[in-house]
Each structure stands twice: as structure tokens, then as C-alpha cells.
Design a protein around this ligand. Structure first.
Ligand code: CP
Length: 319
């Protein structure tokens, strides 16, 4: 594996989940694989889970890890070509990425979208430049349009916790006070549509009108603006807010209450409730669910290690 950026970078989902669960049962079986290899984690935005779980995964494989908080500790980065750098930016991504590639065998990058320039965000301009200039394999730690380590984690968590062969999985939009990226729901939809194609789940998306995701990610899903209809017989409910894709980055007020709570849970097949975290309590998801027996959010966050470890293992095996 030379790059981990989307569901397209993994062929057989069942195989990668099984391999991740094998690593979960024996975390140190490949502790020599990463000896004398260095992982560089580059953050342009904040992170708790991605930062710590990916470091832990690398350490389990015997790698050295370096973390660079570009947003706080790096030189102000220029990402556009052809500009005279006589403003506030100090270093061009061409040199910055190439230098980091000299120090590291594998690099990870987190970069959020602007939510202003839809074309640049959805072309993944920054991420693609980083891949092109660094010259080593790259793991996405979340990009403008996707969060593949989170989605692989989510598939692992669903597989571990399902009671039926082919569970009904619902991605349910939730309220928020800020305009959030579409990366997590895009990515979850992309991975669940692929899992549906491979016979692993049945997948539904519920959101208010105006919050349609790009069809590039939702092809094959059943999409509705009726939350109650979506929740019926659901085995897993994945709660997440996102801003509008069509009116890019906009937030609309919605008529009905979309927060997931115990009343809505009654409509489901005693569904397990998931969220990528961080979560705004009693805004996106009720405290009663988060603190109750149906919540998988902590197990889900814990599984971030095994998603990262299987990806790094596959990359190390190809170095
Ligand atoms: N879910 C997730 O990516 O968490 P962080 O933003 O804290 O890494």
C-alpha cells in the first residue's frame, strides 16, 4: 500500500477488518517490522484520537514517530504555485513536504477544508501536492473530503458488535452550532456503500433537506429526509453533523429535532450508537445515550489504533 486516502485504497473490506482484529488480539506480533523506520505525523489542524492512536499503532510496530504541528510550530505554508512570496507565507509546500520526506519513511497528514472554496477542497489540492512533493507513502489523517482511518475503524467496530450477518446501518445527521466539514460523513458513506456492495451491511442516510452529500460518496445508499423512517429496525446509528455541500459550507435551521435520544432509539432494533468524537453533548447526541448501554463511542475510539496499525503494517510491508 503506497497511499491510504480513500476506500479505493483497500480491495477486500472483510480481509482488512480481519487483519485489524488479528492485530488487536496480538498487538506486538509485528514489532520488528517497523524497526529503524520513521513515521512523521503532520497536523495542520487539532486532533486527539488520530494523533494518539496513530502514534500508538506505530509504536506497536516498532516504528519511531515524529509529530509536527505545522499550524503552531511550523513556518507559515504557501500552497499555491506561481505566487511571489512577499506576503505572510514563509515556506512553500514543495520544499516543506520534500524535506519531511527526507526524514521519514511514511508520512501522515491532517488538513481540514476551507469550507469556502469548494473546488479546491473537493480537488484535494493541498493533500495531492503533499503526496506529490514528499516522495514517500502517505496516510490521510483526515483530508478536506475524507477521513479513511475513522471509516475503517467504524467498519471494524460494526463487525465486532453486530448481532446479524448484514446489519442495517444508518448515518443520521445531527445538529451543531458550527459549520463542520463533510469529510467524516463522506468517508463513512463511501466505506459503507462499498461494504454494502460486498454484502456486509445495508446502508441508509438520513438528513434534512439541503444537507445532501456529494453523490460521489453516496452511490448505492438509500437516502431520506425522514429520520423516523430511517431509524426503523436500524442495528447501528452513526450520528454526525455536517454543513451543506450544495450551498457550500452553509448551515440551515431545521424544523424538526434531529438530536438522537432514547425516544428515537425506541424506533430501532435496539441500535448501537456511534460517533467519531469529539461530540457536543445534548446538542448532537443526548447524554443519556452517551452514558448508556447502547453507546459504542469509546470502543470505537479505542479501535482507531487497530485501523491505523493495519494500514501502517501494509505500508511497511511494501517499503
Ligand atoms: N475522530 C477524530 O478524528 O478525532 P480527532 O479529531 O480528535 O483526531
Amino acid at each position: 500500500m503506497k497511499k491510504f486516502f480513500s476506500a479505493a485504497d483497500v480491495d477486500n473490506l472483510k480481509d482488512v477488518v480481519e487483519e485489524a482484529l488479528m492485530l488487536k488480539s496480538a498487538p506486538y506480533d509485528f514489532e520488528s517490522l517497523g524497526k529503524h523506520k520513521t513515521l512523521g505525523l503532520v497536523f495542520l489542524n487539532p486532533s486527539l484520537r488520530t494523533r494518539l492512536s496513530t502514534q500508538k499503532a506505530a509504536l506497536n510496530l516498532g516504528m519511531n514517530v515524529m509529530v509536527m504541528n505545522m499550524d503552531k510550530d511550523g513556518w507559515a505554508l504557501e500552497t499555491q504555485d506561481g505566487v511571489v512570496m512577499n506576503g505572510t507565507t514563509v515556506e512553500h509546500i514543495r520544499e516543506a513536504a520534500a524535506v519531511m520526506g527526507e526524514y521519514c519513511d511514511i508520512l501522515g497528514l491532517r488538513s481540514f477544508p476551507s469550507l469556502k472554496d469548494k473546488e479546491a477542497d473537493y480537488n484535494e489540492d493541498l493533500f495531492n501536492k503533499f503526496i506529490n512533493f514528499c516522495g514517500v507513502p502517505v496516510v490521510s489523517l483526515e483530508s478536506a473530503t475524507r477521513h479513511p482511518l475513522q471509516s475503517l475503524t467504524d467498519l471494524i467496530t460494526i463487525t465486532e458488535n453486530k448481532n446479524v450477518d448484514r446489519p442495517k446501518v444508518v448515518l443520521a445527521w445531527a445538529p451543531h452550532v458550527k459549520a463542520l466539514p463533510q469529510a467524516v460523513p463522506n468517508s463513512f458513506a463511501e466505506w459503507m456503500c462499498k461494504a454494502q456492495e460486498q454484502g456486509l451491511v445495508d446502508f441508509t442516510i438520513a438528513h434534512p433537506m439541503g444537507y445532501e452529500l456529494s453523490e460521489e460518496f453516496t452511490n448505492g445508499a438509500y437516502v431520506t429526509d425522514n429520520l423516523e423512517e430511517a431509524l426503523r429496525e436500524a442495528d447501528f446509528v452513526y450520528v454526525k453533523n455536517w454543513s451543506s455541500y450544495t450551498e457550500y459550507g452553509q448551515v440551515y435551521s431545521v424544523a424538526q429535532n434531529w438530536m438522537m435520544d432514547n425516544e428515537k432509539l425506541k424506533l430501532t432494533n435496539d441500535a448501537k450508537v456511534m460517533h467519531c468524537l469529539p461530540v457536543r453533548r445534548d446538542l448532537e447526541l443526548s447524554s443519556e445515550i452517551l452514558d448508556g448501554p447502547n453507546s459504542l463511542v469509546i470502543k470505537e475510539a479505542s479501535n482507531r489504533v487497530w485501523a491505523a496499525q493495519v494500514v501502517l503494517k501494509r505500508m511497511l510491508e511494501k517499503l
